[in-house]
Design a protein around this ligand. Structure first.
Ligand code: ADP
Ligand code: MG
Length: 402
């Protein structure tokens, strides 16, 4: 059995919220200790268990309590109630700022941060070259940290965190900052960590990053664990929640200004799977050309650069291929009334089985959907037994038979 390295039971963190600055004073001075505050639950009865070698993700909207949990695990914050047991030394990459003195140079902060993590100056001397190389911030190393960009800061903090050789690494939203090359370097390190059987707790708003790294996920909502389990399952549940919510939000905002809901901006009238001759089908021969025709009725023609998205999923809800016109830099028609647009797949290389299409129309960033139709149409693929998995990639076997 794997060793349990983090065990959190019934963890609650509350803050006293005062409606205004004087309320706090009034409360302190009140002869009968009349209460002027309300209690806010940043975390409410949270249970989290992590075994050695697991990579565990924490997702959830802003303010849901992710950072609070990580800060309590690392000891930066104390719990109001509950039990926190940690077995192993931790290195943490918390939100920007913690563990550094802005007045010191980067170089001095390496030692300072090392001390916070429980390493002596000698131990840090041994690691300093690796840290400097990984951070790769040049002469900025000898400038005060307060002059750093957030990118430089993260590079240094990350370089320290992963080179002190912790048993448990805690990363809060940090990878989002920094250039692609650095992100790749960090991912390599993560993989190395995983292979060494280390434990990683990872907070990110980037669901895809969580999917790449985490074995298991906790979804936090308003300080409570809303769901916990296998990465794909929980992240999809979370994404569906976000989609529904954003429709409602657009809905509400639209109602305020124009008295019609997001669903009124545009409506998907139909989506149809077509063969090469443009005949409707639902049975597709593997590798043949197909089209999906989408008809939508626009009520609000003032929307700028709307985006059409079409995604394919397996019956198990596995995301096979999501495409949209923003990624492909294509404008779609958007006149008042009925519009039609097609996506062509020259070669439907999916393996035999049943699949679904999602169809959605979004605002210009392809983030907030005006309308999102899940499993809107079905496609059955028939074909020979030519491989296993979901897709047959174009391929060729090479080499000579002597
Ligand atoms: P997340 O990291 O998921 O965005 P946080 O853990 O940072 O969320 O915060 C959880 C909630 O606790 C938020 O609503 C935040 O406003 C609140 N909070 C955090 N620190 C304090 C504080 N010192 N006083 C009052 N509320 C706080
Ligand atoms: Mg946070």
């Amino acid at each position: 059995m794997k060793k349990r390295v983090v065990e959190i039971n019934h963890l609650t963190k509350t803050y006293n919220m005062y409606p205004n600055p004087t309320a706090r004073l009034k409360e302190a001075l009140h002869p009968k200790r009349k209460s002027y505050h309300e209690i806010f639950y940043a975390l409410n009865d949270v249970n989290v268990h992590v075994n050695q070698g697991e990579m565990v993700g924490f997702i959830g909207e802003n303010g849901s309590g992710k950072s609070t949990i990580l800060k309590i695990i690392t000891g930066v914050l104390t719990p109001t109630e509950g039990e926190v047991k940690i077995d192993g030394n931790i290195a943490a990459l918390l939100e920007l700022g913690s563990g550094f003195n802005p007045e010191y140079t980067g170089y001095d902060n390496i030692f300072l941060n090392g001390m916070v993590l429980g390493y002596s100056r000698d131990q840090m001397e041994d690691k300093i070259d690796d840290i400097i190389n990984f951070a790769d911030i040049g002469d900025h190393l000898y400038q005060p940290v307060k002059t750093y960009s957030s990118g430089m800061f993260v590079r240094l903090a990350f370089a320290i965190a992963i080179n002190v050789d912790p048993e448990i690494l805690i990363v809060d939203e940090a990878l989002a900052v920094g250039d692609l090359e650095f992100q790749l370097k960090c991912m390599e390190k993560f993989t190395e960590f995983r292979n060494q059987g280390k434990t990683v707790l990872f907070v990110s708003h980037d669901v895809n990053a969580v999917r790449r790294f985490c074995d298991r996920v906790y979804w936090l909502k308003n300080g409570v664990v809303e769901a916990e389990g296998e990465t794909m399952e929980i992240t999809e549940e979370y994404e569906n929640f976000l989609k529904k919510k954003s429709i409602k939000t657009v809905d509400r905002e639209k109602n305020k200004v124009e008295e019609h809901s997001a669903l009124d901006i545009v409506e998907v009238k139909s989506a149809t799977l077509l063969d090469e001759e443009m005949n409707p089908i639902d049975l597709v021969v593997q590798d043949s050309k197909v089209f999906v025709k989408v008809e939508y009725e626009v009520n609000d023609p003032s929307i700028k650069h709307p985006v059409l998205g079409v995604a394919i999923r397996t019956v198990n809800n596995q995301y096979v291929c999501g495409l949209n016109t923003l990624l492909d830099e294509t404008e779609i028609p958007w006149k008042k009334g009925l519009n039609t647009f097609y996506i062509e797949y020259p070669k439907m290389a999916l393996l035999g089985g049943e699949y679904y299409f999602d169809v959605a129309l979004f605002e210009e960033n392809a983030t907030v959907p005006f309308v999102y139709k899940t499993k809107y149409i079905t496609m059955f693929i028939t074909g020979k037994y030519v491989g296993e998995g979901i897709v047959v990639l174009d391929h060729e076997w090479k080499g000579s038979v002597q």
